[in-house]
Design a protein around this ligand. Structure first.
Ligand code: SF4
Length: 235
C-alpha cells in the first residue's frame, strides 16, 4: 500500500473553538488507506432483504452483532416479510430473541413496525428518512443504516465506534452523534461516503478500541492527532 504524507494541520483547518479538524488532504488519505485495506466493507449483521436488515438493526441496540446474529439465524429461516412476522406473533418472537438485551421492548416494536409497514407501505421498507423514523423502535441511526445498506445512500450512521474514532482522528469533533454525523458529512470526500461508516466501525471495533487503541499496528498513526499513542505490549 502506498502511503502519502498529507500536509500538517494549518490555522485554516482549525475549528472556531477547540482542537483543529484533520486537514482535507489527511481526511482523504485516511479513507484512501481504509479503501486500500478493505475496498468493499460490509456490515456484520446478517440479513436477507431490507426488512430483515431493518429488524436486525432494531434488535442490535445495546447488543453485539454476534449476539443478534445468533438469535436472528433461526428467526430469518422462518420469517422474511412483515406479514410473516405479524403471523409469528409477539409471544413467539419474544421467545426467539430472549437472549438479546431489552428483548421485550424490541419484540413489541418489531411486531408494531411490521404492522405499520403492512398498513402504510404495502409491506415494503421505505427508503426515506422521515418514513423510516416514524416506525416503532427506529431512530436516526437505524434509519441511516437501512438507507445506506439497503438503498445505497451515503448516510453516516454514528454508533459508539464511529463516534469515538471520529473524535480521536479529528475527522469530526463533537459531543453528540448528530454533531459527528453532520461533521462527517461535511468532510468525507464523495467517493468514500457510501462506505465511510463501515470503515469507521470496523476500525473502532478491531483497532481503535475504546479502552486501549492499538496504535502500534494502526495504519493511520502518522495522520492521527490522538495522544498518547499506545505502544506494543511487547515493546
Ligand atoms: S493511531 Fe491509535 S488513536 Fe489514532 S486512529 Fe489509530 S488506533 Fe486510533
Amino acid at each position: 500500500m502506498t502511503q502519502t504524507k498529507p500536509k500538517k494541520t494549518t490555522a485554516k483547518s482549525r475549528t472556531k473553538k477547540g482542537p483543529a479538524l484533520l486537514p482535507p488532504a489527511a481526511v482523504k488519505e485516511v479513507f484512501a488507506r481504509m479503501h486500500a485495506i478493505e475496498p468493499e466493507p460490509k456490515g456484520e449483521l446478517e440479513h436477507v432483504n431490507p426488512f430483515t436488515l431493518l429488524v436486525a438493526v432494531v434488535l442490535s441496540a445495546q447488543a453485539t452483532d454476534a449476539g443478534v446474529n445468533k438469535a436472528t439465524r433461526p428467526l430469518f429461516a422462518m420469517v422474511t416479510t412483515p406479514q410473516q412476522m405479524v403471523d409469528l406473533g409477539e409471544d413467539r418472537l419474544r421467545e426467539i430473541i430472549k437472549t438479546i438485551g431489552l428483548f421485550r421492548t424490541k419484540a413489541k416494536n418489531v411486531i408494531a413496525l411490521s404492522q405499520q409497514l403492512l398498513r402504510d407501505h404495502q409491506g415494503e421498507v421505505p427508503a426515506d428518512r422521515d418514513a423510516l423514523e416514524k416506525l416503532p423502535g427506529v431512530g436516526r441511526k437505524t434509519a441511516n443504516v437501512v438507507m445506506n445498506m439497503a438503498f445505497g445512500q451515503p448516510t453516516m450512521a454514528v454508533d459508539t465506534h464511529v463516534f469515538r474514532v471520529s473524535n480521536r482522528l479529528h475527522l469530526a469533533i463533537g459531543k453528540t452523534p448528530l454533531a459527528i454525523e453532520q461533521g462527517l458529512e461535511k468532510v468525507i470526500p464523495a467517493e468514500y461516503a457510501l462506505h465511510a461508516h463501515h470503515w469507521l466501525i470496523l476500525h473502532g471495533r478491531y483497532l481503535c478500541k475504546a479502552r486501549s487503541p492499538e496504535c502500534w499496528r494502526c495504519p493511520l498513526t502518522d495522520l492521527c492527532p490522538f495522544e498518547p499513542k499506545t505502544q506494543s505490549k511487547s515493546a
